[in-house]
Ligand binder design. Structure first.
Ligand SMILES: [Zn+2]
Length: 149
């Protein structure tokens, strides 16, 4: 029985299967690939959410502008939810939600300096839309031509 056992034959050149070293190398390469791919996948997912948020911010800006054009001032409201509700009641916009769960922040500035009432020159009125997760994704001045005064 000496030198004729299974253990001896396994060390021959015609063995089947993988050695521990080969398995280690394969698992190492899989790990490297995953380490490179997974952050890129989650990064592009986050970029998609950011783009979707920017689209909603643009939609909010456009709705504020069209509301302003129709009514001569922005909707009354103490917070973004009330302002958005007023826009929705007016049919200016549907549901808008940041895909990352950010809350909307809307800042309305009236040309004469007061907030919550129409300024003397409606073109001086500006609205800023941002989200608590992504911030302000574009230069979101509603009336960019009125900034210079
Ligand atoms: Zn957002």
């Amino acid at each position: 029985m000496k030198n004729s056992g299974v253990g001896h034959r396994r060390r021959g050149r015609t063995r089947l299967g993988f050695t521990l070293l080969e398995m280690t190398i394969v698992l190492f390469l899989i790990g490297i690939t995953a380490a490179i791919a997974i952050p890129k996948l989650s990064q592009s997912a986050e970029q998609g959410k950011s783009r979707a948020c920017a689209t909603d911010q643009e939609a909010l800006r456009a709705a504020l502008e069209s509301y302003h054009a129709a009514h001569g001032s922005y909707p009354n409201g103490t917070d973004a939810q009330a302002i958005i509700a007023a826009l929705q009641n007016d049919g200016a916009i549907g549901e808008v939600a940041c895909p990352s769960g950010g809350q909307w922040e809307i800042s309305l500035q009236y040309g004469s300096g007061q907030t919550g009432a129409a300024g003397e020159n409606p073109l001086d009125d500006t609205a800023t839309v941002r989200c608590t997760v992504h911030g302000e994704l574009y230069g979101t001045q509603i009336h960019p031509d009125a900034n210079g005064e």
